[in-house]
Design a protein around this ligand. Structure first.
Ligand SMILES: Cc1cc2nc3c(=O)[nH]c(=O)nc-3n(C[C@H](O)[C@H](O)[C@H](O)COP(=O)(O)OP(=O)(O)OC[C@H]3O[C@@H](n4cnc5c(N)ncnc54)[C@H](O)[C@@H]3O)c2cc1C
Ligand code: SF4
Ligand code: SF4
Length: 425
């Protein structure tokens, strides 16, 4: 820490150094009178200091923020018979699956398994509610945190939202209900909640299941605007956006008032990984595969993306990675109840065929973090993610290329965000 920095400057450093994913947790830690995670002029959800902020509070934020600390599965959840893959982490079972209910399979992002598991958790009364993300009421491209108490609520939240979403802005209210619940979110959101368990004992007591999607990164606000422009839509006219779902991947549907236009997933993301417009934090992500979750759900496209022909009538098949005993048991129980249809078991090497971009990123993460160090930036603290070990498998030139690439990125300003300023309401 730079001793001359004020508490606000220290918090803003996380944003300015491109490490904030807008999870919302710092608002919960500091209290919303002090810090509000809100849409800023950069288009992202970021924290804005609104009241008095102490250094001690910022110290607590640095301990839990997924921009500064990312850990793998807590050691106590790793059993003697849990298997390990150096890329894919701890796992007990990996299985191809889809939602047992065809309507859920159709509506879901891939095969609807996260929605199906959430429904099963509610119906079987294992939890009282689900903390998850649904389409924002005010910003068509964003997600809003929501508590789902019924199957209808969960159904409404189905589908991937690639824009900013802050599921943890009000975690205190969810924990304050003193009821068991499940959390469904991105891997970095789950990292944040696992970190927060060290500051709030209710997390381990009440959050019975943590489920994630495997995540290659979310779409930048600028990338979404560029997509609208590419397809001839005025961004200011957009009233609704559904990224995918209703098939796999299903159409990207943009509403402008009474008019709806549908595009392909590839129109939004581009033809391959090199064209994805991602926030900097996603580029250096050491855990897009949800190592801290009970279950991670992924797509099963060979090579990491759909093609325009096969995707027309693809009903959607997920790969489910159960990492904990609780996750493994949940998959079996949901299948037994008909909530999930299991196809066949697979192994980590098959995941690498479905997710080459995750493999690349996992191998590159350590060198990229070293590049941050070289540039004098905050280096996220990582544990149990094996990134240094993986980097040692790469040729020195490759690590040097990644390291220097990141240092250069910082130098030319491609890893920086402006000081966050809230958008006017
Ligand atoms: C930003 C992002 C990047 C992704 N990258 C990859 C990838 O690289 N590889 C891959 O295999 N799959 C990726 N996916 C996951 C994939 O799109 C599916 O979400 C996943 O396969 C689960 O499918 P499903 O049919 O079970 O989901 P559904 O049953 O439709 O459930 C989706 C769940 O995700 C929650 N959710 C949606 N958007 C968000 C969000 N932005 N933040 C927090 N929670 C959200 C919803 O609340 C819902 O509970 C990504 C998803 C997202 C949101
Ligand atoms: S990543 Fe989350 S906790 Fe960290 S600064 Fe951003 S909103 Fe706050
Ligand atoms: S790539 Fe990593 S940091 Fe980015 S949204 Fe996904 S899990 Fe979070």
């Amino acid at each position: 820490m730079n001793n001359r920095q004020t508490p606000a400057e220290r918090l803003y450093a996380i944003v300015e150094q491109g490490l904030c994913i807008g999870c919302g947790l710092c608002q919960s830690v500091a209290g919303k009178d002090a810090v509000r995670v809100t849409k800023t002029v950069s288009g992202y959800l970021h924290p804005v200091v609104e009241g008095e902020l102490e250094h001690a509070t910022v110290d607590r934020i640095y301990q839990v923020c997924p921009g500064t600390r990312i850990e793998g599965l807590p050691s106590e959840l790793i059993e003697a018979d849990t298997r390990h893959d150096n890329v894919w982490g701890p796992w007990r079972r990996i299985v191809r699956a889809w939602a047992g209910d065809p309507a859920v399979r159709f509506e879901g992002s891939t095969g609807g398994v996260l929605t199906a598991l959430a429904n099963y958790l509610l119906v079987s009364k294992r939890v009282e509610f689900i903390l998850q993300v649904k389409t924002s009421a005010s910003e068509p491209s964003f997600g809003d945190a929501t508590l789902s108490f019924t199957e209808a609520d969960v159904f409404e939240a189905a589908g991937s939202r690639y824009g900013p979403a802050a599921p943890l802005t009000d975690i205190d209210a969810a924990l304050g209900r003193d009821q068991p619940f499940a959390f469904i979110a991105k891997p970095c959101d789950v990292s944040a909640l696992r970190n927060y368990a060290s500051q709030d004992e209710r997390v381990d007591r009440l959050v019975r299941y943590m489920l994630v999607m495997v995540c290659g990164g979310y779409g930048t606000p600028q990338g979404t605007i560029e997509f609208y422009r590419r397809v001839g839509i005025d961004p200011r006219q957009v009233t609704g956006l559904r990224y995918r779902g209703r098939g796999c991947p299903g159409p990207t549907r943009v509403e402008t008032g009474d008019r709806a236009q549908e595009f392909h997933y590839i129109d939004y993301w581009g033809e391959d990984e090199t064209t994805w417009s991602l926030p900097f934090r996603c580029k250096i992500c050491p855990d897009g595969i949800g190592e801290a979750a009970d279950i991670a759900a992924a797509d099963t496209w060979i090579g990491g993306g759909p093609n325009r022909v096969d995707s027309v009538d693809d009903p959607g098949t997920n790969a489910l990675i159960a990492r904990t005993r609780a996750g493994e048991e949940l998959i079996a129980a949901a299948a037994e109840a008909g909530a999930l249809t299991l196809e066949y078991d697979i192994v980590p090497d098959i995941m690498s065929v479905y997710q080459p971009h995750q493999v690349n990123k996992k191998y590159a993460a350590w060198a990229r973090h070293q590049g941050l160090h070289d540039a004098g930036r905050i280096v996220p603290h990582t544990e149990r993610l094996r990134i240094e070990e993986l980097a040692q498998d790469l040729p020195d030139e490759t690590n040097e290329f990644q390291r220097e690439g990141t240092r250069k990125r910082v130098e030319i300003g491609k890893a920086s965000e402006p000081r966050p300023t809230a958008c006017k309401p």
